[in-house]
Structure formats: structure tokens, C-alpha cells
Write a protein that binds this ligand. Sequence first.
Ligand code: RP5
Length: 188
Amino acid sequence: MKTSKQKRTGVSGKAQKSESSSSIVPRSSLPLVAVLMGSKSDWETMRAASETLERFQVAHECRVMSAHRSPELASEFAAKAESRGVEVIIAAAGGAAHLAGVMAAHTVLPVLGVPMKSEALNGLDSLLSTVQMPAGIPVGTLAIGKPGATNAALFAIAILANSRPDLKEKLHKFRAEQEKKIRETKLD
Ligand code: RP5
């Protein structure tokens, strides 16, 4: 089973414009965002986060690791993420969803939690176990399922955009396009 996926298209922290084209060429393909999930079964949902990051050309990696099934891998990943150049961690899990909390316990990087829609409780279990962190160890928790996955990526992009004008410009453009679609919507 392939558990790790590095997306090589993307702007790095030091993105620059190529002279030969207007596309943004990264100086480094090191991932700025880590998209983590507790199981391969979460990928169907978390693909939306990866696709959103791709749309904004943000270098990222997608990996499976579990707070419960591979606790050492998870804590080691979190502890080393900052030194690897990762700036934001997105962590998705379902049920007793502790992955985002474990990440946050081991790093000061911003951690965004995405509760997966579970079979037993429709994601309410995932939501509560992701969101109810003790004061001092923050996890920014998004909506259950795909909207949360998409918004976690947009949130990560917004964090990165604070120091990257090219990304900020793309975010403004994205919002403008979204609004235009709504304004132009016609009903039958
Ligand atoms: C969690 O348990 C995963 O994040 C997943 O949402 C859920 C079920 O995992 P599988 O049994 O499908 O591997 O750890």
C-alpha cells in the first residue's frame, strides 16, 4: 500500500517567477504542507485537500499515519516536521480521532484537524475528539468530511499567504471567481 505521496508541483517559501514563462517555479520542492490521515480509507475525502493545494500550486505531501496504530511514526513525524520545512500540518482522522491532537502535542506548527465522516456516528465522534483540545495545545478544527478537507487546504494557503504575496493574489482571485459564479447563477 502506498502511504506517502509527494506533490512536486508547488511554490516553495521562496517561489520565484521564471523568466521564460509566467508560471511560478519553485526553488525547492520540499513540502510546505503535510496532509496526514489516519487510514487509507480517509483518502477519498482528503483528496479534496490535496487537489485544492495543487490548484494553488502549493508543495505538499500526503501520508497515512495513525495516532493509535502507528503512534511512534506519528509523534516522530510531528517532532521533525518543522526542521523539514513543513509550515502547516493538516491531520484527518475518524472515530476516536486523535491524530491532529497528537500532532499538535509534538510541534508548534499550526495544526488543522479534519474530522472524517464515520460510519457509526456520522462524524460527530470525529468532530468532538478533534475539536475538544485542552487549553495550551491548539488544533484548528474544520468541518466534517470534504468541506473540511477543502477548507483545511484553503486555511493552510491563507497562513502561507501572509508571507507570500503571489499566494495572497491567488486567494483573492479564487474568492472573486467564487463570488462571480454565485452572482451569475440563474435558476430554471
Ligand atoms: C481512523 O479510523 C481513521 O482515520 C479512519 O477514519 C478510521 C477507520 O479506519 P479504517 O478502519 O478504515 O482503517 O483511525
